[in-house]
Design a binder for this molecule. Structure first.
Ligand SMILES: NC(=O)c1ccc[n+]([C@@H]2O[C@H](COP(=O)([O-])OP(=O)(O)OC[C@H]3O[C@@H](n4cnc5c(N)ncnc54)[C@H](O)[C@@H]3O)[C@@H](O)[C@H]2O)c1
Length: 272
């Protein structure tokens, strides 16, 4: 076994054991969007494992219900709320559902996202609007809906950006713009609400093993060497959702009490 393989296996094994401070988030109420799948689901599980009551929010109602059911069976209180982030009424209802259940909100993790590869000449207005709508507009309006409750006692918002929002990536104008927007939105809200005891930060994942990659089909006529990316991955592997969930849990917790407006890159060093 070479050194790179040894490092890679060690990191995965550590994340999978789900080691964390016991009950760091005891009695906090958390909303997690994108909780039906991938990074959002792993984060909902992680927050529940640390003592939070979790509202799992996603447009995929069945998968969201299954995620909440698993949390209730294995970790603690959870509800599922079907919500389409492209619909403002749906967003308001999702936040209200958590407040109705537990009386307030302490943590909001905006993780739901969509994307695609598309040649710039072929991008359509609906394609652009959907990506910006879910990733950026959805993140802002979920935060706006949660703000009155967070203002009542402080709390943490943790958004999901991407290394595509910090570094150039081909065929992703809409996705990269949405994630760059999330980073800028995070900084603005962090400065606006810091004095109210609200911290706003974001996590920027690199490549993570989730279903979202099925949405990224390389466009015809592509001349970019995608294998280049694999060659600059120091761990020679993708990240696992649990490794991202650990970063969301950290920024949501009091351990990150002096972090505000930061973008925590979690990419195995790919963009180092
Ligand atoms: N996987 C990666 O390599 C990677 C890298 C960088 C950033 N990210 C970001 O991580 C986040 C989570 O993605 P993932 O990789 O876990 O993908 P995923 O596809 O497994 O999960 C995304 C979730 O978002 C939900 N969603 C999509 N549109 C929605 C809408 N309109 N309303 C409500 N929910 C909606 C989906 O139903 C799904 O459950 C996204 O913001 C994504 O952009 C992922």
């Amino acid at each position: 076994m070479n050194e790179a393989t040894r490092v890679s296996m060690t990191a995965t094994d550590t994340a999978m054991t789900d080691v964390h401070g016991a009950h760091r988030l005891r009695d906090r109420v958390a909303i997690v969007t994108g909780a039906a799948s991938g990074i959002g689901r792993a984060t909902a599980e992680r927050l529940a494992g640390e003592g939070a009551k979790v509202a799992c929010v996603d447009r995929d109602g069945d998968a969201c219900a299954a995620a909440a059911e698993r949390i209730r069976a294995e970790r603690g209180p959870a509800i599922a709320v079907k919500c389409d982030l492209l619909d403002l009424t749906s967003i308001e209802r999702a936040v209200q559902a958590a407040v109705d259940e537990w009386g307030g909100i302490d943590i909001l993790c905006n993780i739901a996202g969509v994307g695609h590869f598309c040649h710039d000449l072929d991008e359509s207005a609906p394609g652009w609007d959907q990506i910006i709508g879910v990733n950026l507009t959805g993140t802002f309006f979920m935060s706006q809906a949660a703000l009155p409750h967070l203002l009542d006692g402080g709390g943490a918002i943790v958004n999901c950006a991407s290394t595509s929002g910090t570094h150039g990536a081909p065929w992703q104008a809409a996705y990269s713009a949405s994630k760059g927007g999330v980073i800028a939105l995070t900084k603005s809200m962090a400065v606006s609400h810091g004095r109210d005891g609200i911290r706003v930060n974001c996590v920027a994942p690199g490549g993570v093993n989730t279903a979202i990659h099925g949405q990224f089909e390389i466009p015809e006529g592509d001349r970019f060497d995608h294998s280049l990316l694999a060659r600059i991955m120091p761990f020679i592997r993708m990240g696992e959702p649990a490794e991202l969930a650990a970063a969301f849990a950290y920024l949501a917790s009091d351990d990150a009490s002096y972090c505000n407006g930061i973008t925590l890159r979690v990419d195995g060093g790919m963009m180092a």
